[in-house]
Design a protein around this ligand. Structure first.
Ligand SMILES: Nc1ncnc2c1ncn2[C@@H]1O[C@H](COP(=O)(O)OP(=O)(O)OP(=O)(O)O)[C@@H](O)[C@H]1O
Length: 412
């Protein structure tokens, strides 16, 4: 179920909004509109859904419109046109009072610069939102204490926040947001001010927390590595436009344009790309027992491969068969291939990452079989060359001197 629906949302800064909006409709660019009207198009026709419980990351360079878009979600900034639907309620048309309620109960924001009250204690900061709602002291402090423990700040309740390190201050920021039990957390570059080690630690803790909380999180970052670590899906923004939305793997394997590619190039793909996206698109060549020695030789010859997976009639993976062993059987006059099936072969599953498959690289160049975790059916094979390409970033032709089509021409 979609928690948030963002429909054709546009945000323009400046006085001549109507004129700017009209020019936008005519297809004029952000730069042209700025020149003609003095208005900045911060968000342009954004439309997408965020699912309940999803960790949704909005990523883009500075000035691409991420913060503006995020602030339109709770109307800290009023969108110029379009709507934001939260649980089927169009919050763009709510009156002040209803909007206050949404902000108090449904959404909470965590800011990059923490936004804490420096002369108040951790406990008071965390309970502050509840205090504004006139929740009795005892009750709000009990709730604050609970979330303080969730973000590992137990023991620091009575410290002034100005005495805390950046990482700890951001824990207070997070605890304050969680104290209201919001359904949606809006996090604006929440970890960007932290040094790299603390930042990674906070990312890990947020991932752990989210596994328990199942909130809907909208997280902004300009860092693709962070987006990939955290996001179930990532929206990439450029010049106010959302130019691609997808899972981290979608974005790495199919960048929508040069801009996205330029980010993606710098990412370490090994831990993200899975066997599923490396599976040969066409069905894998495999050997059945009924193929016998002659049939196996034919399949190896026509595929140009010196080792092939063997499968049962219902395509369960049995092991690997090597050309040299088949030739030996032939020389000895055997017709069945049973003795040539090497059974002790590591298998991967669709969700196995390239990094996890690297130890499977064998000296004899055998491919990695990918099987269904439940049924052990062979889904396909990943050639070692694919793994090398993924780890070195080079092309098929460079590694194999061959094209992928030559490697497969027979169907299981
Ligand atoms: N209050 C404002 N008045 C006028 N223009 C603004 C205002 N806030 C943002 N902008 C402009 O809107 C565009 C989007 O800015 P925004 O801050 O949303 O981008 P961002 O991707 O969040 O960048 P950053 O990571 O630097 O915060 C930019 O061109 C910016 O200059």
């Amino acid at each position: 179920m979609s928690k948030l629906k963002i429909e054709d949302l546009t945000l323009i800064f400046g006085k001549e909004k109507e004129e700017a909006l009209a020019l936008l409709k005519q297809g004029k660019t952000k730069a042209e509109i700025l020149k003609k009207t003095g208005c900045t198009v911060a968000v342009k026709n954004a439309s997408f859904n965020i699912e309940k419980g999803e960790f949704f990351v909005i990523m883009g360079l500075s000035g691409s419109g991420k913060s503006s878009l995020l602030r339109c979600l709770n109307r800290l900034i009023e969108p110029t046109s379009g709507s934001v639907i939260l649980n089927d309620v169009n919050i763009t048309s709510l009156g002040d009072k209803e909007l206050q309620n949404v902000r108090k109960k449904e959404m909470a924001m965590v800011f990059q610069n923490f936004g804490l009250l420096p002369h108040r204690t951790v406990l008071e900061n965390v309970a502050f939102g509840l205090e504004l709602q006139d929740i009795p002291k005892e009750q709000r402090e009990a709730k604050a204490q609970e979330v303080i423990e969730m973000v590992s700040l137990k023991g620091y309740e009575n410290q002034n926040t100005s005495e805390l390190s950046g990482g700890m201050q951001q824990r207070v920021g997070l605890a304050r947001a969680l104290a209201n039990d919001p359904e949606i957390l809006l996090m604006d570059e929440a970890f960007s001010a932290l040094d790299p080690l603390i930042r990674t630690q906070m990312q890990d803790e947020l991932i752990d927390l989210q596994e328990k909380m199942h909130k809907t999180i909208v997280f902004i970052t300009h860092d693709l590595d962070e987006a990939i670590r955290l996001g179930d899906r990532i929206a990439i923004m450029k010049d106010g436009e959302v130019i691609q939305i997808g899972t981290p793997e979608d974005i790495l394997t199919n960048p929508a344009d040069e801009y996205v590619s330029s980010f993606v190039e710098k990412v370490d793909r090994k831990s993200i790309i899975t066997a599923a996206s490396l599976l040969f698109e066409k069905p894998t060549v495999a050997i059945f027992k009924k193929d016998g020695v002659e049939g196996s030789l034919r399949k190896m010859r026509s595929s140009g491969l010196t080792s092939l997976p063997a499968v049962s009639v219902d395509k369960h993976f049995l092991g690997f068969v090597y050309l040299k062993d088949i030739l030996e059987l032939k020389a000895k006059g055997h017709q069945t291939i049973e003795m040539a099936i090497v059974k002790d072969v590591p298998v991967a599953y669709p969700e196995t990452t390239v990094e996890q498959m690297l130890p499977f690289i064998a000296e004899n160049g055998r491919a990695v079989p990918i099987v269904d975790r439940e049924t052990n059916k062979l889904l396909g094979i990943v050639a070692q060359t694919s793994l090398l390409i993924e780890t070195t970033g080079t092309s098929w032709e460079n590694v194999t001197g061959n094209s992928i089509d030559n490697l497969q021409n027979e169907v299981i």
